[in-house]
Write a protein that binds this ligand. Structure first.
Ligand code: NAD
Length: 580
């Protein structure tokens, strides 16, 4: 280590990032270079947690325990990146470490481009990722610009430094399966039910545990053995096999005995789904989380991940053609499962649209998950509120679990989730928790956290959320599919959300294009909020955690959703068009 440091000292002479290299958090000579930062020592010149917070979250999302492919700065969701290049990463770090606490850093698609003097309550960082003028917004053109080094795909939370590992999606997935069960089965859970799905990636990897938490049996088809092993290591998957016969045998026995169990099946969904159908087996629930949003990430039938990589490099057009053909077979099998009685829904990856474009005109016969199950939560301003302990202390999360249960004890679903999460979730990187809170609840809990920090009972915290939220996304095949008033493709709301959060004093604000469903199909906004116990951070929390879900309530009230209107009127959200 000392030898290596000597070698690198010259190269990094005088740069602030050198301190993080010396402390072992950044190893530029290694393939997996970044480790999350723990403890109370501040690394930023400003000595402000408002700047140390974004620095720590950037390191956190690139920790190999958190990120899918940290060597290439890819965090999750196909090629969702945290920074455009390692040079850009180092420049962001140097800048955060030297900025003043009334400066704002501007990041254009993963590259830091300017620092301006603003004011202390303004965001410390503003980020825009992958935005394109609408007429040019498709994968082909995006990739051309990406090859020229002009842009970066930020997915939803990767480029916003707000990804917390698979737990981030675990609760949403758990809730979605719970809703599906409540709506479809008399017992209201998944006990004695078989769920067939695919994809054990950074998001999809939540599926087996979410099914289990609802009492069901899951078969999850995954083409890459490494991803299966990663899920088993993280405690999200029980067992695996490469034999369909064996997977079905174990699953059907567990279903019979009403035992909760998850099985990874090494294979390609485009081949395995039709084969299960051919055998006449009709699972109770069918969904999918392969990266169908990006035809260059979805592995075509007949190829191993290694062969797929080779073809992707050699002939990307041929790759895309084969991937789309496979998605067609995949979606066709899902439609047929629905016709035979399975509960089928698309899980936010745009599979239906891809299959439709590839010529399968019945692809939209099954619904998307937001339209089918999540929208009632969005009407209440409810969404994926998440937080991390910036000092890396798991006890802070445990303490806040207790506070959540005490504060929201009337919300049985929430209490059940927190108890389950405590039992099953292994932290990745900085200890974190996600919990779906609604309008009013987020501000209340944020302020409570700030008080606990001020009293010295917990350390400084980061609060954020997925871009998949009540008022921060326009995505006509996902979050805004089938809106009551037809406003699915109206893009004003996420832009207003970002502007409002900047005005309210979020520590950072991000605006992205193409997350979840791919380039051309969505725009969305995200936030980071650092709480350090000060009066200033209490104000930030109160304002941001009110306006952020508040705009979601207004968005849904404006679209004609009665529950949203009731909440807006009864909780004093003033809107000239509601006439409460
Ligand atoms: P990921 O890239 O981390 O993982 C995808 C996994 O699918 C990989 O492990 C890959 O090996 C596997 N895979 C690829 N092709 C396959 C095939 N044909 N058969 C079987 N396995 C295959 O992606 P992720 O972060 O897990 O996201 C998955 C999808 O879900 C993406 O389209 C993403 O945009 C979408 N998404 C959904 C939500 C949600 O709320 N439901 C949220 C974010 C993202």
């Amino acid at each position: 280590m000392v030898g290596i440091l000597d070698e690198y000292r010259e190269r990094y002479r005088g740069r602030p990032i050198w301190r993080l290299i010396e402390e072992g958090y950044y190893k530029p000579w290694e393939r997996l270079r970044v480790t999350h930062i723990r403890g109370w020592d501040l690394h930023v010149k400003s000595e402000s947690w408002q700047l140390e917070g974004p620095l720590r979250m950037l390191f956190h999302v690139l920790d190999p325990e958190v990120a899918k492919d940290p060597e290439h700065l890819i965090v999750y969701g196909g090629t969702g990146r945290a920074a455009r290049s390692w040079e850009a990463f180092e420049a962001i770090v140097d800048t955060l470490m030297t900025m003043e606490e009334d400066d704002t850093l501007v990041v254009q698609s993963g590259k830091p481009v300017a620092v301006f003097k603003t004011h202390k309550m303004a965001p410390r960082v503003v980020i825009s990722n992958a935005m394109l003028v609408p007429k040019w917004a498709d994968w082909e053109y995006f990739r051309e610009l990406e090859r020229k080094g002009l842009t970066m795909y930020g997915q939803m939370t990767a480029g916003c430094w707000a990804y917390i590992g698979t737990q981030g999606i675990l609760q949403g997935t758990y809730e979605t399966f719970a809703f599906a069960a409540e709506k479809s089965f008399p017992e209201g859970n998944l006990e004695g039910r078989l769920v067939l799905t695919a994809g054990l990636g950074e998001m999809g990897g939540a599926q087996p545990l979410a099914v289990k938490m609802n009492g069901g049996v899951a078969i999850v088809v995954e083409v890459d053995k490494k991803m299966i092993e990663r899920r088993i290591r993280h405690g999200y998957l029980d067992t695996w096999t490469d034999s369909l016969d064996k997977a079905l045998d174990i699953a059907l026995k567990a279903k019979e005995k009403r035992e909760a169990l998850s099985i990874g099946l090494l294979g390609n969904a485009a081949e395995v789904f039709p084969e299960i159908l051919r055998r006449g087996i009709v699972p109770d629930v069918v969904t999918d989380q392969t990266p169908a949003h990006d035809p260059l990430s979805y592995v075509p039938a007949g190829l191993s991940p290694e062969e797929a990589e080779e073809l992707r490099d050699k002939d990307p057009r041929e790759y895309e053609k084969r991937a789309l053909e496979s998605m067609k077979m995949h979606a066709k099998a899902m439609v047929e499962f629905k016709r035979r009685g399975s509960v089928v829904f698309e899980y936010g990856n745009n599979l239906r649209k891809m299959a439709y474009e590839a010529g399968y005109k019945d692809a939209f016969e099954f619904p998307g998950f937001v339209q089918a199950y999540i929208r009632p939560m969005f009407e209440e301003g409810r969404g994926p509120f998440r937080y991390t302990s910036l000092t890396g202390n798991p006890r802070d999360i445990e303490r806040l679990d207790d506070e959540l249960i005490a504060t929201f004890k009337h919300n049985k679903r929430l209490v059940r989730w927190v108890e389950n999460a405590r039992k099953h979730v292994k932290f990745q990187g900085l200890p974190a928790r996600v919990v779906w809170l609604g309008y009013g609840e987020r501000a209340r809990f944020g302020k409570l956290m700030n008080t606990l920090i001020r009293l010295g009972e917990i350390g400084p915290m980061w609060i954020g959320r997925d871009h998949l939220d009540t008022g921060s996304v326009a995505s006509p095949y996902r979050e805004t599919e089938g809106m009551k008033d037809g406003s699915d493709a109206i893009g004003d709301w996420p832009i207003l959300n970002a502007l409002l959060n900047a005005a309210a004093g979020a520590t950072w604000v991000c605006f992205h294009h193409g997350g979840g469903v791919g380039i051309g199909y969505s725009i969305h906004a995200g936030i980071g909020l650092v709480l350090d116990g000060s009066r200033e951070s209490e104000l930030r929390a109160e304002r941001v955690l009110t306006v952020d879900p508040g705009l979601g309530v207004v968005r849904h009230a404006d679209a004609g959703y009665e529950r949203a209107r009731e909440i807006a009127c009864s909780r004093g959200i003033w809107s000239p068009m509601l006439q409460c």
